[in-house]
Design a protein around this ligand. Sequence first.
Ligand code: RIB
Ligand code: CA
Length: 314
Amino acid sequence: MSKIPMLIDCDPGLDDAIAILTAAHTADLVGITTVNGNVGIEHTTHNALAVLQAAGLDVPVHRGAARPLVADTIDASYVHGPTGLGSVTIPDLDRSEDSDDAVGFILETSHDIEGLHLVAIGPLTNIALALRRDPTLPDRLGGLTIMGGAAVGGNVTATAEFNIWADPEAAAIVLREAGPVTMVGLDVTHQVLLGPEERDMLRDAGFPAARLAADLLDYAVERIGEIRGWAGAPIHDACAVLAATDPDLFGGDVRPVDVELTGALTRGMTVVDYRPSGRDGRIAPDDSATLVLREVDAPTVVHRIVDAVIKLGP
Ligand code: RIB
Ligand code: CA
């Protein structure tokens, strides 16, 4: 079966890095764009290049937004480490990014490659800017999948997930205007934990990409263990990649979703309307509704991630 063409917009980030490696095997990874998020744009761009270099992957990287549309610039270095790749020693790069116009690359690629799947696994700043530059972008996509939000709960606050919280105005633009969107939120990603067993399988494989993933997992498992007391780390972003390449492993339903922008306790919350359709006051028009994923075959997804990274080979 042919692999879907995929462009990943990301903020590497420990799980972004594993998502890139997963996509390199499960998809036809045609390009990467970077955004400020887990760490600053210099680091996220450098990290994307470093992950590709470590795995021997020749994929273009285009730098994107250095700050959110409106919100103050924040980061998640308390989770991902000051560089964004934990304690991994990042080698000197043998190349630099292909451009600093992520939005232009996204739009150009959507014209050049039929059925392009755009997978956004960081704050949605670049995607919102692309929609502002060309509102017809969704018409040309084979799919738009985001790692972000949650039907219930949050991680960076009680009600907000980091990617949405980091740039809620951008997320609102995307969810209101880019439909249909597939939302891979914490409801799913908190079921997909990789721990010491998966780390050892990757390390034992011995290939460069697998060893890198094992090193990233070392840090992620330790930090999540300290922060949440969990034995494994949720590999959020690789779930979004597999939701695009292996949709049968996930379940959910199409619902209107909008983003809270002003609540003192709820800014950055993805509000999902589970009331019966047709009710007055729906929070979003049904034709822009979002596929909200909530079920996942977690053991198979975990295996698929590990298997994909190992199969990148030497
Ligand atoms: O909430 C999880 C998301 O925030 C992931 O994309 C992770 O990389 C961080 O960016
Ligand atoms: Ca991310």
